[in-house]
Ligand binder design. Structure first.
Ligand SMILES: [Zn+2]
Length: 84
């Protein structure tokens, strides 16, 4: 089974700048937008607290990285070309 992952970090002003690391989330399934998203590391974010990122860039959350099922080194390096 494929798990779709999305990346997000806290919006500026919601936490200290040093805590604005990029967390990894399992993409919600279904049509409903959940009230809260819980990162793989266990931190939970509500609406308006997250900046969604298209790729993993910036400082990653190490706890999330350790829990990511199959880390893609290309994405972590930020040099990946879109797959065709
Ligand atoms: Zn995290």
């Amino acid at each position: 089974m494929t798990i779709r992952l999305v990346f997000g970090r806290p919006l500026p002003g919601t936490v200290g700048e040093t805590r604005r690391v990029v967390h990894v989330f399992e993409a919600p399934t279904g049509d409903e937008v959940p009230e809260r998203l819980t990162a793989l590391c266990g931190l939970s974010f509500g609406a308006g607290e997250l900046e969604r990122l298209d790729a993993l860039r910036g400082m990653p959350c190490e706890s999330c990285l350790h829990r990511t099922p199959t880390p893609d080194p290309e994405l972590i390096d930020g040099v990946a070309e879109p797959r065709r």
